[in-house]
Design a protein around this ligand. Structure first.
Ligand code: PHB
Length: 396
């Protein structure tokens, strides 16, 4: 057993996903010392396939801080298509709100931030084990063993839990000091990567009697698609032909046909809504998935995490430069304001587009849902409302 070493820093960050690394990068630029502790390897985070849509505000946060690959390798999407029973309705984000979104996968956001932190000599410890946190209301401490087997005690003024949906930090908050808000849905998404060209210039969100489907993209040669499935679905039982058949019946029609190809990755994504309140306990601040999970329908997960980080960075910068905790004291309320808007939008878009097999009054539910979609999509105000939420409530 090696002797435990002590390291002191201003901010300890648990988790080197996009939220943790973005915060570490912003703090570094402001001259605030920080250390990031992560249990996974850099390679395994880089290979984790997540969502792919960035709001304009998320792109600005990256680009303004000098991480600008998104401008070269991402694709700006000025709108999206809602398909209802095979009939397409375009939502013109740019025309309706002046804003667009960018298709740029989360893995690429991670790779860009990890490379930048490395280039700047950032203290990011991947592949740690035995992590524990303590003294959250005093001088927070993180205990861990690094990738070389060295034991460490990290002492910080502030601890940030950006350690994802299975957050160790969140679990360290006493039950009496927090509330967990939780909702589970009776369906999941079957997600695939397929070697095929793009089927359409923009994303397609499809509502059909067979259930929901989403046609997204990755590169010129690889596409990302999802269709609604039973949460208990066994991936191994599905052939490529069965997958394409599900996508065809939900999306094709009126002269539109999906471009098909070999399926190279399959995953089942459960649907949950979760919020931990408040997002602060003493000197522990939570950010991103550690504090909240949204169903993926509205593409809000990464965007919310980056928004938390923006607020938290401004609050920490103010604290370390002036000694005033005024912004830190309101961080949780300000972050939760957007979190609940995104919870609502993700829930609403989910119920708008998915069929609910367990719904006892299924025929009424489905006809009412089509009525809701038609009234929204035929109205400029309805489309503008969707566009405003999807592009991220700019300026709010
Ligand atoms: C994705 O590209 O993975 C993606 C896009 C939009 C969503 C969810 C996932 O709403």
């Amino acid at each position: 057993m090696s002797e435990r070493k002590i390291h002191k820093t201003q901010v300890a960050i648990m988790g080197a996903g996009p939220a943790g690394l973005m915060l570490s990068h912003l703090l570094f630029r402001a001259g605030i010392e920080n250390t990031v502790v992560e249990i996974r390897s850099r390679d395994s985070i880089s290979r984790t396939i997540r969502a792919g849509i960035l709001e304009a505000g998320s792109v600005d946060l990256l680009v303004d801080s000098g991480v600008d690959n998104v401008l070269r390798n991402g694709h700006e999407h000025e709108g999206t298509e809602f398909r209802v029973n095979g009939e397409g309705h375009r939502i013109d984000f740019k025309g309706l709100t002046g804003n667009s979104v960018w298709l740029y996968p989360q893995n690429d956001v991670f790779d860009d931030l990890a490379a930048q932190r490395e280039a700047d000599g950032g203290d990011v410890r991947y592949s740690c084990s035995g992590t524990q946190v303590s003294d959250l209301t005093g001088t927070p401490k993180v205990f861990f063993t690094d990738a070389d087997g060295q034991d460490w005690e990290l002492r910080a003024e502030i601890l940030v839990g950006a350690d994802g949906s299975r957050s160790l930090c969140r679990g360290a908050v006493p039950a009496a000091e927090r509330t967990w808000h939780f909702n589970e849905y009776p369906f999941a998404w079957f997600g695939i990567l397929a070697e095929a060209p793009r089927s359409a210039p923009e994303l397609i969100y499809a509502n059909s009697a067979h259930g929901f489907a989403l046609i997204s993209q990755r590169t010129d040669a690889v596409q990302r698609m999802y269709f609604q499935c039973d949460p208990a679905t066994n991936l191994a039982g599905w052939t490529d032909e069965q997958i394409w058949e599900q996508l065809r019946v939900r999306v094709n029609g009126n002269g539109f046909e999906l471009k098909e190809g070999p399926v190279i990755d399959k995953v089942v994504l459960p649907f949950r809504s979760f919020v931990h309140t408040p997002m602060r306990h003493g000197n522990l601040f939570l950010a991103g998935d550690a504090a909240h999970t949204v169903p993926p329908t509205g593409a809000k997960g990464l965007n919310l995490a980056l928004h938390d980080v923006k607020l938290l960075f401004e609050s920490l910068d103010s604290y370390f430069s002036t000694g005033s905790s005024a912004l830190l004291d309101t961080y949780s309320d300000r972050a939760l304001d957007r979190v609940w808007k995104a919870q609502y939008f993700s829930y609403w878009m989910t119920t708008l587009l998915h069929t609910v097999p367990t719904e006892p009054n299924h025929d009424f539910f489905r006809a009412r849902q089509i009525g809701e979609l038609r009234s929204l999509l035929e109205s400029e105000h309805g489309r503008a409302y969707i566009a405003e939420c999807y592009t991220g409530w700019q300026g709010k």
